[in-house]
Design a protein around this ligand. Structure first.
Ligand SMILES: C[S@@+](CC[C@H](N)C(=O)[O-])C[C@H]1O[C@@H](n2cnc3c(N)ncnc32)[C@H](O)[C@@H]1O
Length: 198
């Protein structure tokens, strides 16, 4: 288990406090900016956490599988989703390449990539590329002066301070093309059409 997964196991209870606000944000600010309609799509949400994005996508008619390495984050997701609880899988995507999962229309990952060091991000990209038939989506931080976010990210100890600088170039180089869709002062959607041919 990675140190990040351990961290999220420890803070899952507190993370769960933000479920409603997060779900509202995903429904009202993020999903409307996606360049495709969710209804009827099969989606894997990697690093689904407490499930706010997955729940929002389900509400828009998508068929979602949540994947996360933290069983405690997923336990909160199950509790928050109640009778509409989504299927999930506990897996560390850096050590389990999810080979047995069938590919789906969309593989999405929100606020996970910035927590990983460069070589691990490339493992994540590879897995997403293999599992997606149509779109790969990242919802991530963008560079901000917000001291609270910087403080939290400093405590998280991931690669945030580097990632907000290199993300766009790194994703464009790895996948060959990229749609950059700003969502707020602090967040951006990166959308890749998988198997895109120029
Ligand atoms: C900042 S949270 C984001 C959760 C959710 N996507 C959201 O938008 O709230 C990052 C999540 O990635 C998960 N994660 C980190 N490293 C992982 C790994 N190697 N394999 C699977 N999940 C991982 C953590 O357990 C955590 O739930």
């Amino acid at each position: 288990m990675t140190k990040h997964i351990r961290l999220f196991n420890r803070i899952s209870f507190f993370y769960g406090w933000f479920f409603r606000a997060q779900k509202k944000h995903y429904l009202n600010r993020v999903i409307p900016k996606l360049p495709f309609v969710l209804k009827g799509l099969k989606i894997i949400d990697l690093g689904a956490g407490t499930g706010a994005l997955s729940s929002a996508m389900k509400e828009k008619g998508a068929d979602v599988l949540m994947v996360d390495g933290s069983e405690k984050m997923l336990a909160i997701a199950k509790k928050k989703q109640g009778k509409d609880a989504l299927p999930y899988r506990i897996a560390d995507v850096l050590h389990d390449p999810l080979d047995d999962l069938a590919s789906v229309d969309v593989v999405i990952s929100a606020y996970m990539a910035h927590g990983l060091v460069t070589k691990d991000r490339f493992k994540l990209y590879e897995t997403m590329k293999r599992l997606s038939q149509k779109y790969i989506v990242f919802y991530e931080h963008r560079k901000t002066n917000n001291l609270f976010i910087k403080f939290i990210e400093y405590l998280e100890g991931g690669d945030y301070f580097n990632y907000v600088v290199v993300a766009e170039k790194e994703l464009r180089e790895y996948f060959g093309h990229l749609h950059v869709i700003p969502v707020s002062k602090r967040s951006t959607l990166y959308v890749i059409e998988n198997n895109f041919k120029v």
